[in-house]
Write a protein that binds this ligand. Structure first.
Ligand SMILES: Cc1cc2nc3c(=O)[nH]c(=O)nc-3n(C[C@H](O)[C@H](O)[C@H](O)COP(=O)(O)O)c2cc1C
Length: 236
């Protein structure tokens, strides 16, 4: 009787093991892994959904130059920005209708993009907090407006890298209007240029914006060239 129950036990164990083996062979090892509900989402390697919002994405920091109807120069900080075409060379800045700059660009169909260095961060912050509607930002900051040679918009002398743009398209996206500007020329301080007239980031020292934290952050040292990184061979 005792021997019979041992035999039944062994047979039952074999059935369980072979069922497991079938799972492995049909579904792969993953189906054998039992989820440990005591692990946090981070420990389990999963992502946490934080909702459909934009303010969680790090962005560049540009300052947009424009003239108002009376020809007074204005500037505003814009981080909802990017490159959108190589041919023609074009970029975009997305502005709320409430900004003074929005009306200026609608009127003149031109703007400049001024890339700030770290040493200019305090200006980028101030310029993004007050409106040209009631403040003469050039006067307040002591920065110098320079009339662009190719478009009807001022650039900022103290900013080391500027783009002169003429509006080629305007897209109403929602809360923001996207102004697409064809880059008519780029002007750079010779001191930030390296070989083949490319700006050297260590000299330009641009910085990024974390909207959620409402902070600017420095960009660290180079991680390597694209070919160095791509050819390392450990791409898995
Ligand atoms: C870092 C930063 C980025 C900003 N980016 C944008 C942007 O992309 N679009 C926008 O409409 N406002 C943006 N703002 C807010 C405008 O710069 C702000 O409303 C400014 O006062 C508008 O100036 P203006 O009325 O003289 O045009 C940003 C502000 C900061 C500080």
């Amino acid at each position: 009787m005792f021997r019979k129950s041992i035999l039944i036990g062994i047979l039952a164990a074999l059935v369980v093991v072979s069922a497991g083996a079938m799972l492995v062979s049909s579904d792969g090892l993953a189906s054998m892994i039992v989820k440990d509900s005591s692990l946090s989402a981070e420990q389990a390697g999963e992502k946490t959904s934080i909702g459909a919002r934009t303010a969680v994405i790090p962005t560049p920091v540009w300052v947009i130059g424009s003239y108002d109807k009376e020809g007074r120069p204005n500037m505003m900080t814009s981080s909802w920005v990017g490159i959108c075409s190589s041919k023609p060379p074009a970029l975009m800045t997305c502005l709320r209708k409430a900004t003074y700059t929005h009306g200026n660009i609608m009127d003149k169909k031109a703007f400049t993009v001024n890339i700030a260095s770290e040493s200019l961060a305090r200006f980028a912050a101030f310029i993004g907090r007050v409106s040209g509607r009631d403040t003469e930002k050039f006067k307040e900051t002591g920065l110098t407006p320079v009339k662009s040679t190719l478009v009807e918009a001022p650039y900022i002398r103290e900013f080391p890298l500027v783009a002169e743009c003429r509006v080629i398209d305007i897209v109403e996206v929602g809360s923001h209007t996207m102004f697409i500007g064809e880059i008519m020329d780029i002007k750079a301080d010779p001191s930030i240029l390296g070989t083949r007239d490319y700006p050297v980031l260590e000299k330009l020292k641009p910085f990024v914006f974390s909207p959620g934290a409402s902070r600017f952050y420095s960009i660290g040292p180079s991680l390597g060239t694209i070919s160095e990184l791509a050819e390392k061979g450990d791409n898995k």
